[in-house]
Design a protein around this ligand. Structure first.
Ligand SMILES: Nc1ncnc2c1ncn2[C@@H]1O[C@H](COP(=O)(O)OP(=O)(O)O)[C@@H](O)[C@H]1O
Ligand SMILES: [Mg+2]
Length: 288
């Protein structure tokens, strides 16, 4: 494959499944034969690393001061100097392998102050393009096929960096009136960014999540979302699955389950379909 494809999971709200989606799409893409890097900017709590069962080990590295450089360092003024000194290891040290396939850049406590640090940069283009520059110069040469970025559930300088760098957005939505409003606000946000900075940010994948089709209302919202986002809607919805919740607590995705329930199997299919669709919409080449 040629260039590295990028997408960022974003919605100005927590709990709809951004982290779950990044983890599962990451594994789905890996199963489809792509080399995947997942990137956690969603906050110092390290949810993505927890989802892959590698947070505790990384936590120890943080406590021993060995997690340096880390995901927050790459936004620093001095990053080029740091990277220059570290040479080839600069980026390699940021990346943690996972048992389910994707490589991971875990979160770090430094993310806590990153938003306000970025806020001190006067020039807006410079403020929002730090991540893009890092990915262009240091990560793309590593040759990953796809990078998925997990973003905070709020609009701030960190999420703007993710949107700016990826230009393609993945949004998991739950079925409800509030969620429909939220998705609408997202569309306005993206249009505003596009207008202010003359960059195109495209809503690449709206993924209905935690869908319980036993309720009539869920069906109605599902078809409303399909009408509203004909170009972005995922081919299949992800059902509500207790297995997903339990797996996450055990540090794995639904793909790792030896005996998946019906909902977990349907979720896997939905993620695999969504992964293929995502690559197409990002303009990537087909594998296999
Ligand atoms: N399809 C699903 N079925 C059941 N639980 C889910 C599903 N998707 C996400 N969850 C659970 O919902 C909670 C919030 O998901 P999460 O991915 O952390 O959201 P966000 O990153 O947007 O805050 C987590 O406990 C997660 O395990
Ligand atoms: Mg999250």
């Amino acid at each position: 494959m040629g260039d590295t494809l990028r997408a960022a999971a974003f919605l100005d709200k927590g709990g709809t499944g951004k982290t779950t989606t990044v983890a599962h799409l990451g594994v789905a893409l890996d199963e489809l034969g792509y080399d995947v890097l997942v990137f956690d900017l969603a906050g110092k709590q390290g949810d993505l690393a927890k989802h892959f069962g590698v947070w505790e080990r990384y936590q120890e590295r943080i406590e021993d001061d060995e997690a340096w450089p880390n995901v927050s360092t790459v936004f620093d003024d001095a990053w080029d100097t740091i990277a220059g000194k570290l040479g080839d290891d600069a980026v390699v040290d940021l990346v943690v392998p996972t048992e389910e396939g994707p490589d991971l850049v875990p979160a770090h406590p430094g993310l806590d102050t990153l938003d306000s640090e970025l806020g001190n940069i006067d020039d807006t283009r410079e403020r929002y393009s730090r991540l893009e520059r890092f990915l262009d110069e240091y990560v793309d040469p590593l040759g990953y096929d796809v990078i998925l970025i997990d973003l905070p559930g709020m609009t701030n300088n960190v999420s703007y960096n993710g949107l700016w760098a990826a230009r393609h957005v993945i949004t998991p939505v739950e079925m409800g009136p509030f969620e429909a409003e939220q998705a609408d606000a997202l569309r306005r946000d993206l249009a505003k960014i596009a207008e202010n900075f003359a960059v195109d940010i495209d809503l690449a994948l709206v993924l209905p999540n935690k869908v319980d089709t036993r309720t009539k209302l869920a069906e109605e919202y599902l078809s409303a979302f399909t009408d509203e986002y004909p170009d972005a809607i995922a081919p299949e919805y992800v059902p509500y699955s207790q297995d997903i919740r339990n797996a996450a607590e055990n540090g794995e995705t639904a793909f790792a389950l030896a005996e998946p329930s019906t909902t977990a199997r349907r979720a896997r299919e939905a993620y695999l379909d969504a992964a293929e669709t995502l690559v197409e919409r990002l303009g990537g080449e087909h594998h296999g």
